[in-house]
Design a protein around this ligand. Structure first.
Ligand code: ADP
Length: 485
């Protein structure tokens, strides 16, 4: 609106106040052009010259005359009619005066404003030389024109200006309303939705429409809302899980400790049995606390890697020793299928944690058959570790979520102690190492969790020089969910 007002103001100032000055200077310019056009053709054929003068005088509403040195008219073309001052100069005194002034000025042209008192008008006269007459005397060209704009023209222009102003102002008002609605309404909608969301209503949806930027903002906020909702839901679930998982072992510890105090304290066999329950439950508690600590460290961005070279076969054999008891006592078939030994470079403790998590999950979800394989596959420049189980597998919809923080499969909530943090810790560790990892799973058939550790540069050199045909290794199979493949 301000912009329109400025335009209108400019129009009014120019049209109303400056139009006369502008008209005058434009007229002066036209006269100078006409004068030079005619005078430069002074040696033209008589008929052509008459035509030229006639045209020029007609087009510009001028009085044009060519006079001799005494001011006698040789030729004239008056297009101003009775308004012409020179036409009323019956005795030619004004003309004679003008010629005198021109000669005195000694210039190319002489011009002067004269006024017509009767019509209250101002006129401009211009005198310039027009070559020599047949007798060798000077001839002059005199042009006269009114420099007052015609009243009717000005009136029309001013009237039009009023209409233009009204139309422009109304148009500006309408356009302003439309634009401001289109611009501000979606933003106001988004603000309202954001306020509701901020107040804790997670069912709102950011779907403002209008123009590209607002739609993009709306989509970004919608995604952010989904993420926040997901995290909030998962946190709620985690608190529920954690409190449940903490309460069960604590109740067990308390109950068995009381049992030892009151009943089995003197019975070594029973006491051992009860103490084992207490120790197992304490282990569960400490695992849970460790997971929570690890995730809080990862969340605060404090995870440091302590990389070193180590033998992969040694590491995996070492891991397997921890499962001996489980294999002997609970009938699990856990086997490590090694390949040629390789030296790798990584944070050994953290890789250990990943392998344990994969194996523990395989144990937890392995189902009745209890068969778990830890497979080492040497690739061109890395070692691929796969933990394969033939448990229930993971459905296609849930597969992309298993590495998410706090995600736990519904089915296992009651029987298996877990926080839903194990795999997300693995993911953070492997991401921090920049290792490829992933999972392949078919429901009812089993799952394969895998990751790849690059071998050390020395190992690479050694490998290249010693065994050439090893380079023809197969590519890893494409996985359904993976970080890097
Ligand atoms: P937790 O095991 O503590 O629940 P994880 O992050 O280790 O948490 O695993 C997340 C979820 O992924 C598990 O709750 C389970 O539903 C699913 N999962 C992980 N490993 C397997 C597996 N080997 N077979 C089937 N499901 C699995």
């Amino acid at each position: 609106m301000i912009f329109t007002l400025l335009i209108l103001l400019l129009l009014w100032v120019f049209q109303y106040f400056f139009i006369e000055n502008y008209y005058r200077s434009a007229k002066k310019r036209d006269m100078a052009v006409a004068a030079s056009r005619i005078s430069s053709n002074s040696d033209m054929d008589k008929d052509d010259l008459e035509k030229l003068v006639y045209e020029t005088a007609f087009k510009n509403a001028m009085n044009v005359k060519i006079v001799d040195k005494f001011g006698n008219e040789i030729f004239k073309e008056n297009n101003m009619g009775s308004l012409s001052l020179l036409a009323q100069d019956k005795f030619g005194t004004t003309t004679f005066d003008l010629i005198g002034k021109y000669t005195e000025s000694g210039g190319q042209t002489y011009s002067e404003v004269i006024s017509n008192d009767y019509f209250k008008m101002k006129e401009l006269v211009l005198v310039t030389s027009f070559g020599l007459d047949t007798d060798g005397t000077e001839r002059y060209l005199i042009i006269e024109a009114s420099i007052e704009p015609l009243a009717s023209t000005t009136k029309i222009i001013r009237e039009q200006l009023i209409y233009i102003s009204i139309i422009l102002f109304e148009l500006a008002f309408i356009v302003t309303m439309i634009i401001s609605r289109r611009l501000s309404k979606p933003i106001a909608d988004i603000t309202k939705t954001a306020k509701d969301f901020g107040a804790g209503d997670y069912d709102v949806s950011f779907n403002a429409k209008g123009y590209a930027e607002v739609e993009e903002l709306s989509n970004v906020l919608e995604n952010a809302k989904d993420e926040i909702k997901k995290v909030t839901d998962l946190r709620k679930e985690l608190i529920a899980n954690v409190s449940h998982d903490l309460r069960t072992p604590l109740t067990m510890v308390k109950a068995y400790a009381e049992m030892i105090r009151d009943l089995s304290g003197d019975n070594p066999v029973k006491r051992e049995e009860h103490l084992k329950v207490i120790i197992d439950e304490s282990d569960r508690l400490s695992n849970l606390v460790n997971d929570l600590l690890a995730i809080s460290r990862i969340e605060s961005g404090n995870m440091e890697l302590n990389k070193q070279n180590f033998s992969i076969v040694e590491k995996l054999n070492d891991c397997m020793t921890r499962y001996k008891l489980l294999i002997e006592q609970e009938g699990y078939d856990i086997q490590y299928i090694p390949d040629e030994d390789r030296e790798v470079y990584a944070d050994m403790e953290k890789i250990d944690q990943v392998i344990y998590n994969f194996i523990n999950n395989a144990i937890n979800y392995s189902g009745e058959e209890k068969i778990i394989r830890v497979v080492q596959k040497n690739m061109h420049d890395c070692v691929r570790i796969e933990v394969v189980d033939n448990g229930q597998g993971i459905s296609k919809e849930l597969l992309p979520k298993v590495f998410d923080r706090y995600y736990r499969g519904e089915k296992y909530k009651r029987d298996v102690v877990g926080t839903g943090l194990g795999l997300s810790i693995c993911k953070e560790i492997l991401k921090k190492h920049d290792f490829a990892f992933g999972v392949q799973s078919t429901e009812g058939v089993g799952s394969t969790f895998w990751f790849e550790i690059p071998i050390t540069p020395e190992e690479k050199k050694h490998k290249k020089s010693s065994v050439k045909e090893k380079n023809k290794e197969k590519k890893p199979p494409t996985e359904q969910v993976s970080d890097k493949t």
